[in-house]
Design a protein around this ligand. Structure first.
Ligand code: MOS
Length: 740
């Protein structure tokens, strides 16, 4: 076979483009089966209470109701992606201690299965639940106090996780510092707001397997959790993902999967459910609100010599991925910088709020908001250029992280910062960087400013998690290879992963793209690829596909027809944090990003218009450049909502604005006038064709870059996300700016 590149690096049209544009593609909510029943969930009416009894008789008596299931019907009544700390259905009578307690409003209590959706919706209201109220706690710092109500027996003071970093000698660091900047940062919830709310269909397939057609991020993990809860073997359960209308981390934890499987298993009939937008917002996890107390010290020459931080994340009532998200925040809160003395304490804390978990960036956006704002404030205090101070401190090849170990090879942070500067508002004059300020508008109420920030994030699972990804390649034909069948389970959540898998398979085998066929996201047809998360699928499945292709080609050369190669890719091992020092080998690969932005602030209204965003991203190798640019633009717009608009309000554990009419995300009229994607290709030494993951990275620098630009425009720092017009006006008025 020739090694000639056929499709990698090309803008191959996405395989799902046509069907999605024409509306022909079925999503889980569009798939129906003859004789299907409808399922609706009865949710908790309390933030914290013991359920004394559940009376389902009135619901069961309603004509058209087929069944009502409660906790006693769930064989193993627990689930959870990282720790199984959540009951499938809360209530008495199950085998799991503590499953009779609701810990937040999103808890599920009962499911009704009926002939129609309307009957099921009516019947859930007829379920009578008797509660004994328990004391509540909604503030994570209050929850850590000794007298706070306890949510989970195994977690004293509601501490789900605590990570420490003790690197160098922090006191020696302060002694060396000429300037110290302290900051307090607070971030808000973010709702994933994917296009398609949760939906699915459960049924018994032709081989008798309990099958769930649903949208998720890791089909095999869904299968393992369903089989655990139902007390079945893995081969008795099947999970299939059809088209998925966005995920962003919001489908990493499960929603309708187990209850659909339970109902189909018990009733032996197809059972369907579709959540409303309100149900979706109220009943899947959110991005973590995090409070960060930060203190950074630097010498006159701009070298950061000490970083101290306390990071407190509100995990809500269950873990979801909080213990992992906070681990990543702990690592990234000192920024992509080599700092000799670091002292960090990071906590994830249970409260009676809605659970929080994965969302694009996985703790790094909140951490980057603190780290990059601190860096920008240090630059201001030292009267230095913000780009120059970053280059002085940036991690480089061989840099030692705060966890005491070197970064994996392929560190490109300085190059990414420099390219971002050159493509935006800086030029290099000799050894110095010169910033070019914006022209101010004639209207004195409008102030323009520019800002910069950078960030880095892991690719793949961290801190010792057993990371692996399976793929198979089947070569068919006689003399020539006529067809290549790729099996790779990875979820295409809308990011274009399936097209990229096929491009990589085509090149690995050495055939044109049109000869490749993909079988994905059906647990009956594939082994695990791991999740569509941590920006990992291109990297992990790419390496798996490459390994499988090599084996298949060898068999092909030995005249096997068809020639089938299977490969389980395992990246270099990582290790967990040492509990005292935080020492670890946290990750095997990273991606690097830097953004410069220009904004226009209306000092009378507090409204911010984004004039221009320059986003420089090292993607290692752009397998499909058009998809890479799509990810950058998507991340920028999603980060814009996060930084400026999206304000989810929770009061005593209850979300007050679970509608897209009151929780505002950016529309076409809000988005930046220009996003310039600067795609850099510094190969990752172990990435397939050099590719790094890249989907999360352009989210990270955006909020702190905007904060810096608002400061450049007006002189005020915004330290609380989102930067709503109210908050901006309040900050401006405090400084006497914009008073009419
Ligand atoms: Mo993602 S936030 O790693 O699903």
């Amino acid at each position: 076979m020739s090694n000639k590149t056929f499709s990698i690096g090309q803008n191959i049209q996405r395989i799902d483009a046509h069907g999605k544009v024409t509306g022909e593609t079925p999503y889980p909510g569009d798939i129906d089966m003859d004789g299907q029943l409808w399922l609706k969930i009865r949710y908790s009416d309390r933030a914290h209470a013991r359920i004394l009894s559940i009376d389902t008789s009135r619901a069961e008596a309603l004509p058209g109701v087929v069944a009502v299931f409660t906790a006693k019907d769930v064989p193993v009544n627990e689930y959870g992606l990282v720790t199984k700390d959540q009951p499938v259905l809360c209530g008495p009578g199950s085998n799991i201690p503590g499953a009779d307690i609701v810990r937040c409003y999103m808890d599920n209590i009962a499911v009704v299965v009926a002939e129609t959706e309307a009957i099921a919706a009516q019947a859930i209201k007829l379920i009578d639940v008797e509660y004994e109220d328990l004391p509540t706690v909604f503030d994570p710092e209050a929850a850590m106090q000794d007298d706070a109500p306890q949510l989970h027996e195994k977690n004293p003071n509601n501490i789900l996780c605590h990570y420490r970093i003790r690197h160098g000698d922090i006191e020696a660091g302060w002694a060396q510092a000429d300037v110290v900047v302290e900051g307090f940062y607070e971030t808000g919830y973010q709702e994933h707001a994917y296009l398609q709310p949760e939906a699915g269909l459960g049924y018994i397939d032709e081989e008798g397997r309990v099958t769930v057609v649903v949208a998720g991020q890791w089909a095999h993990e869904d299968m393992w959790q369903i089989s655990h809860a139902l007390g079945l073997n893995d081969d008795q359960v099947r999970v299939i993902y059809p088209a998925i209308g966005g995920a962003f981390g919001g489908r990493e934890d499960m929603s309708v999967q187990i209850v659909l499987a339970l109902a189909a298993y018990r009733l032996r009939r197809p059972v369907k459910t579709i959540w409303s937008r309100e149900e979706s917002i109220l009943h899947h996890h959110k991005r973590h609100p995090i409070r960060i107390y930060a203190k950074w010290g630097a010498t006159k020459s701009g070298k950061v010599v000490a970083v101290q931080a306390q990071v407190i994340g509100d995990a809500g009532a269950y873990n979801y991925t909080s213990s992992k998200v906070m681990g990543n925040a702990n690592l990234t809160v000192s920024g992509p910088y080599e700092i000799p003395n670091v002292h960090i304490d990071t906590y994830g804390v249970y409260t009676n709020n809605i659970p929080t978990g994965a969302f694009r960036g996985f703790g790094a956006p909140q951490a980057a908001f603190s780290a990059e704002s601190q860096m920008n404030k240090l630059a201001e205090a030292l009267n230095m250029d913000p780009l120059e101070i970053r280059l002085i401190n940036s991690v480089r090849e061989g840099s030692i992280l705060s966890v005491g170990t070197p970064l994996p090879a392929g560190v490109s942070m300085p190059q990414v910062i420099e390219q971002c500067g050159l493509e935006s508002f800086w030029k290099k004059v000799g050894e110095r960087w010169q910033y070019n300020p914006p022209t101010q508008p004639e209207n004195p109420a409008l102030r323009r400013g520019r800002g910069i920030a950078c960030g880095y994030k892991n690719i793949g699972y961290s801190f010792g998690f057993p990371e692996r990804s399976w793929a198979a390649i089947e070569l068919r034909g006689g003399v020539d290879i006529e067809e290549v069948i790729v099996r790779a389970a990875g979820a295409d959540v809308g990011q274009g992963a399936h097209t990229v898998f096929m491009q990589m398979a085509a090149d690995a085998v050495g055939v044109p793209f049109h000869k490749v066929r993909l079988i994905a996201s059906d647990t009956a047809e594939t082994d695990t690829a791991g999740s569509a998360s941590a920006s990992r699928l291109t990297f992990m499945s790419g390496n798996a596909i490459r390994g499988a292709a090599a084996i298949a080609l060898e068999k092909w050369a030995n005249e096997e027809r068809p020639a089938i190669g299977e490969f389980l890719y395992r990246p270099p091992k990582t290790t967990p944090y040492d509990p005292m020092s935080g020492r670890s080998e946290p990750n095997f690969a990273y991606g690097y990003a830097c953004q410069a932005v220009e904004v226009e602030v209306d000092i009378e209204t507090g409204h911010v218009r984004i004039i221009k965003v320059i986003s420089a991203n090292d993607v290692g190798r752009a397998i499909n450049p058009q998809q890479v640019i799509g990810q950058i633009e998507g991340a920028v717009v999603q980060a814009q909502g996060y930084a400026l608009m999206e304000h989810l309000i929770s009061d005593q554990g209850r979300i007050k604005n679970p509608y897209l009419s009151t929780y505002l995300i950016p529309t076409a009229l809000d988005i930046p006038l220009e996003v310039k994607s600067v795609v850099l290709e510094y190969p990752d030494p172990i990435g397939p064709w050099g590719a790094r993951g890249m989907a999360e990275m352009p989210f990270l620098p955006f909020a702190p870059a905007i904060a810096a630009a608002i400061h450049d425009a007006t002189g005020v720092w915004l330290n609380q996300i989102p930067f709503t017009p109210e908050r901006i006006v309040t900050a401006l008025r405090k400084q006497g700016i914009g008073v009419v």
